[in-house]
Ligand binder design. Sequence first.
Ligand code: PNW
Length: 453
Amino acid sequence: MALPNDFIWGVAGASYQVEGAWNEDGKGPSIWDTYTHARQSPVHHHETGDIACDHYHRYKEDVALLAEMGVKAYRFSISWSRVIPDGIGRINPKGLSFYSDLVDELVRNGIEPMVTLYHWDLPQGIFDRGGWLNPDIVGWFERYTKIIVDALSDRVTYWFTLNEPQIFLGLGCYTGAHAPFLKMADRDVIKMSRHALLAHGTAVRTIRQFSKKPSKVAFAPTGPSFVPSDNSEEAIEKARSKTFAFDDYGYIFSNSWWADPIFLRKFPDGAKEFFGSDLPDFSEEEWDLISSPLDFYGCNIYTAMRDLKDISATDAKEGKQGEPLTAINWAITPEVLYWSAKFFYERYKVPVMITENGCACTDYVHLDGKVHDPQRIDFTKRYLREFYRASKEGIPVVGYIYWSFMDNFEWGIGYDARFGLVYVDYETQKRTLKDSAYWYRDVIASNGESLWD
Ligand code: PNW
């Protein structure tokens, strides 16, 4: 067997994308509540997460589905403003109990809970005080983390601090595609990045210090990953250097802008020269905090970036004519899982967990009442084979978390994209396991060996 016996097979979701109950039981608004309600919201069909999958009310039914699929772990996120309505003040006991009950239900079903502290739904109360621009956010995040750790760490081992800082700052505050739909200047985005790095570090330290049982801590970044055009040393080196370039596609989206400070305790090469006085250095204590040791490298990877010069594409996500694409036009590039695992392990020297990977398809309930999704099965099989190959070559791999557990609110695209292993009929909230859910169950049961059938 190439995968370790304790390999973690999981699925993921995130609070705003699945929970609904946006203003129930004392929850405060997040920026996603406020800005999807705004008249000028660019989200497809003006959709919101007000109800989403109604997971807040249906979590028991949902955990039963997870158990039916045989998953070992469920990665979910906590809505900060459900627990602390304005982000900084009074605790909302009902919000906290929801997560405690969810964790209980998972544990009862033998499923490992994996907690992401921040998956983009910033409390509006904090945004009103400047959001990520306000240096006080580091202390507010520390307090929030402590509250969650006190409440859940008797049962939770796996923690993720930030999900994709590249995207919540890059799309949220740089290109304006995600809430709060802002286009801010580099000097501001750099400041927000610094606060996000410090918030990450302070959360890691808080988890380590107060966790009631030994913890496994990471963050879940994304970024442009490249695949060599052939097996020559030059092509491999080129793919590696582009994967870690800090400003080819915009520093905020890059891997190294985030992971170099966290794992290598320094800014990426060239960053200081590039930004000059807009990028003040951290103090030694701040560097120590930011680079607090992590247990593994979490990667959210869906597709390889295209080398524009090599394939004469017109757009970063468009490749060769007629190439395989998912339903939201992301190129299907399975080898990215092999190469990323290798590149990240070689550079950052910690084991790798695929914290998100998955495929959007045009799923619907067929005449026979089932949801047949052969594309998703083929996609996931190909990607997993590549991750398996990395493991076989000696790269330490921790687990694979499919995105997503069920269809949900896909941010700017609203409900048009379906990533789930479970189909959700949003009118009735009826869930249907897709063919891929049964297929994944068998992969899990064989610890990956059935990938080769
Ligand atoms: C990730 N991009 O988001 C998130 O962590 C999930 O919440 C999301 O549903 C999933 O991937 C699928 O999109 C991304 O435009 C959103 O490059 C956008 C991009 C990348 C990741």
